[in-house]
Design a binder for this molecule. Structure first.
Ligand code: ZN
Length: 411
């Protein structure tokens, strides 16, 4: 009986520790009495919990607030120096690695291009090499290493740390958790890219106070992070949010998708579809500034070149972007009608050209969703531009520490 009681007490204490740490994360700077007032915990419990968080160096005191009424109070906030976090974004044609502090400020980063057709072993070895570099740099900064997060472009079993299926890489069942845990001796977190980015927006970005929003990654493919009722929605098997593979076009206009199906939404609205729209227009010898930019920069047709042309009001670039935005907007309309989100946030490579896409996305999404629902949604760009998934890999570690602060040692 007494064992049971002490287990219950330890469980309640960890819940309260998390409650206080999340409150400080969301509302800092805050005083102990503000924490007590907001959480309903008594003042001595709050003092004891704050002392615990101070010993784990997860929070620190920022000075005294003597403004306003009442007694001066010592204010608390999250301690950026609580430790370092390594985040790895496995993209389809690149690997990005960052070292950040506990508030997701990037201290070091590196991105390398890889070919989607490269052998899996070669790409994984490159990920390990960059991770080793980040570990050394973390030590150079004198930071305690808090954890390692990996975001993957496909479905993931985050509990087991396994990439289940990445359609655009054609990778299946890769045990990343095991691979990186054995290599780094760290707690390793593996998450789907859009889910990771949704957590980033919720903790540090444009969805800080939002309980119902959807993060849409539009790059090689399209993925969704569904953040509903204050939590990531994973579905029965953890694969929820594969919005890019919902069929939107009936025969005979069906594009083949890497998932093996025909007519998936992403094939009409991903970065490849934008490039294809521009190529088709150029092939019909329409007048455009794009070939000149490609020649001057000795570059193939890229999102960046299309953006430069659109910035100069190039008709072919602008129209191709409008078409792509409309194709994106069709899928957004479905998301609006099904989930009634407060926000839909666009990230991924297409967000770098998002300023040109947003008007047609909004127009189409509004036109094709129910008139009572669509005015309630804000469609916006990620706070992190094209880094949302990389910050997401960091954020899944931060989020777990906010939920389980006692996993960080007292120092
Ligand atoms: Zn598909």
């Amino acid at each position: 009986m007494s064992n049971r009681n002490s287990a219950d007490q330890a469980f309640v204490r960890e819940l309260n520790l998390s409650l206080v740490l999340r409150f400080i994360h969301n509302e800092a700077p805050v005083s102990r009495s503000q924490i007590a007032q907001a959480t309903g915990l008594n003042k001595s419990t709050v003092s004891s919990l704050v002392e615990d968080l101070l010993q784990r160096q997860l929070v620190h005191e920022t000075g005294v607030n003597s403004n306003g009424t009442g007694r001066p109070a010592t204010m608390l906030e999250i301690n950026p120096q609580a430790g370092g976090i390594i985040g790895v974004e496995l993209g389809v044609d690149f690997i990005a690695v960052a070292l950040t502090n506990f508030t997701a400020t990037i201290l070091w980063r590196e991105t390398v291009n890889v070919a989607p057709s490269d052998a899996q072993e070669k790409t994984i070895n490159k990920m390990i090499e960059l991770t080793d570099k980040a570990i050394v740099i973390c030590k150079d900064h004198g930071l305690y290493l808090l954890g390692f997060g990996l975001s993957v472009p496909g479905t993931a079993d985050s509990g087991e740390g396994i990439l289940i299926f990445a359609p655009n890489l054609q990778w299946r069942n890769v045990p990343f958790g095991k691979i990186f845990c054995e290599h780094t001796n760290l707690k390793v977190y593996v998450e789907n890219d859009a889910n990771a980015a949704a957590i980033a927006e919720h903790l540090f970005g444009v969805a800080r106070k939002s309980d119902d929003f959807i993060f849409v990654v539009a790059s090689f493919g399209i993925g969704g992070g569904l953040f509903l009722n204050g939590n990531l929605y994973r579905g029965k098997n953890g694969f929820a949010g594969e919005i890019g593979h919902t069929p939107i076009v009936a025969e005979p206009y069906q594009n083949p998708c890497h998932c093996g199906n025909l007519g998936c939404w992403e094939t009409y609205a991903n970065q490849g579809s934008l490039i294809k729209r521009v190529v088709t227009r150029l092939e019909s010898n329409r007048e455009s500034i794009i070939p000149k930019f490609m020649a001057e920069q000795n570059s193939p047709l890229t999102i960046s070149i299309i953006k430069q042309a659109a910035d100069k009001y190039d008709k072919e670039a602008v129209e191709a972007l409008e078409e792509t935005g409309a194709a994106l907007g069709l899928g957004f309309a479905s998301l609006i009608d099904i989930f009634n989100p407060g926000k839909i946030i666009l990230g991924g490579s297409l967000s770098s050209i998002g300023i040109h896409l947003l008007p047609s996305i909004k127009e189409t999404a509004t036109k094709h969703s129910l008139s009572d629902v669509s005015p309630k949604v804000d469609i916006m760009l990620s706070a992190f531009e094209t880094d949302a998934i990389l910050i997401g890999a960091i954020s899944i570690v931060v989020n777990d520490i906010l939920s389980h602060p006692a996993t960080v040692e007292r120092r």
